[in-house]
Design a protein around this ligand. Structure first.
Ligand code: PLP
Length: 375
């Protein structure tokens, strides 16, 4: 039996939503842009999904756009914002953003000479909002920050920054990929111009990104063609995926108080057990309830992850020397962790589907593996 603890990488779908997707692929598969009744039916499902997402996020349906991934949403927002920079030239971000942000900004820097300020977090993995505000000057056209970090779970000061940036003529993007179902994220309350979400992080399908664009914000399409998504994102919409994404988002948010209570208990239990085994906790107190990043110095992350994998327990690693990783080691390095800690880090990330039994099993497997691998 599989014990899955890599939910920040991706999550399992609910079976009923998966079955609905299959039906929308094999029976009600009309193109939402066709004028016949099959097309109109698909279009109705598409717009109902937009409305559902808008209700969950407490925004208007016209502010919701569907893409192929959060990576696409982030590319779109950052690249579009750069075209509206006028004479301004600075972007302020952090060194612990997802590569979708960091590499896109690197490309904008190389292509247009845009100045990118990457601020490092404190040792706990949380970025100091004072530092962000000090870096924001009259040359700044965009601030981009994540709501919660995918490697450590650290919750970033995105609300405070929203408050402080409100009065300034600056575009504000929040990468909210790790927020849905974990804490309340309402773009309007945060005061952001843009926010990105990814369905497969909240039990939706892979390949569906959701973008919030505050009404009236400057926006240019990244992908041109047939004019779908009100001319802002061409390409026939992935209706089965979008319907499933909207239902998964609604369910994740509805169930989140219950999920978070349970996962917080599991996390506390895991922390105690990890510390008993001589492990170090890399996630700060202020982190999402599903995520616990820990190190067992002296045991390289991939060695432990492979051992656990053979036992049917799947955890995440952020090792730089593996090609099959989410590249998270740079996050731990940025926090100033010494390399023995950073190279031995594993990420235990849970979900609504994690059970008491899963926790018992991972604890048991850690108890078996840590002493064995240390010598
Ligand atoms: N941003 C964060 C914080 C993430 O964790 C991820 C996925 O790992 C992404 C962006 C990219 O999401 P997607 O897989 O939809 O491209």
């Amino acid at each position: 039996m599989i014990r899955y603890f890599d939910n920040n990488a991706t999550t399992a779908m609910d079976r009923d939503i998966g079955e609905l997707m299959l039906k929308l692929c094999t029976e009600n598969y009309g193109n939402p842009n066709s004028v016949h009744s099959m097309g109109l039916d698909s279009n109705r499902l598409l717009e109902e999904s937009r409305l559902r997402v808008a209700r969950v996020l407490e925004v208007e349906p016209s502010e919701v756009f569907f893409t192929s991934s959060a990576t696409e949403s982030i590319n779109w927002i950052l690249r579009s914002s750069a075209t509206f920079r006028g004479k301004k030239n600075r972007v302020v971000t952090t060194s612990i953003e997802h590569k979708a942000t960091l590499d896109t900004l690197k490309d904008l820097k190389n292509s247009y000479g845009i100045e990118v300020i990457e601020l490092r977090p404190e040792r706990d993995g949380i970025v100091d909002p004072e530092k962000v505000m000090r870096a924001v000057d009259s040359e700044t056209f965009l601030v981009s920050i994540m709501a919660a970090n995918n490697v450590t779970g650290a919750i970033q000061p995105f609300e405070e920054l929203g408050e402080r940036l409100k009065a300034k003529p600056i575009l504000y993007h929040v990468d909210a990929v790790q927020s849905i179902g974990k804490f309340d994220f309402k773009p309007r309350r945060v005061g952001c111009t843009f926010a990105s979400f990814s369905a497969h992080k909240f039990h939706g399908p892979k390949g569906v990104g959701i973008t919030f664009i505050n009404k009236g914000s400057p926006l240019r399409p990244l992908i041109t063609g047939g004019g779908q998504e009100r001319g802002m994102r061409s390409g026939t919409q992935n209706v089965p995926g979008i319907v499933a994404a909207s239902l998964s988002m609604e369910r994740a948010v509805q169930l989140s108080p219950d999920t978070n209570d349970r996962l917080s208990r599991y996390k506390e239990r895991l922390k105690v057990e990890v510390e008993k085994l001589g492990g170090r906790i890399n996630s700060p107190l202020k982190s999402i309830s599903n995520t616990l990043n820990v190190s067992f110095p002296g045991i390289r992350s991939e060695v432990l992850a492979n051992f656990l994998s053979r036992e049917g327990v799947f955890v995440g690693t952020s090792s730089a020397c593996s090609s099959r990783n989410d590249g998270g080691q740079y996050v731990l390095d940025s926090m100033g962790l010494d390399s023995r800690i950073a190279t031995s880090a594993i990420r235990i990330s849970m979900s609504r589907f994690t059970t008491d039994e899963d926790i018992e099993i991972i604890v048991e497997k850690l108890k078996q593996s840590i002493p064995a691998l240390k010598f």
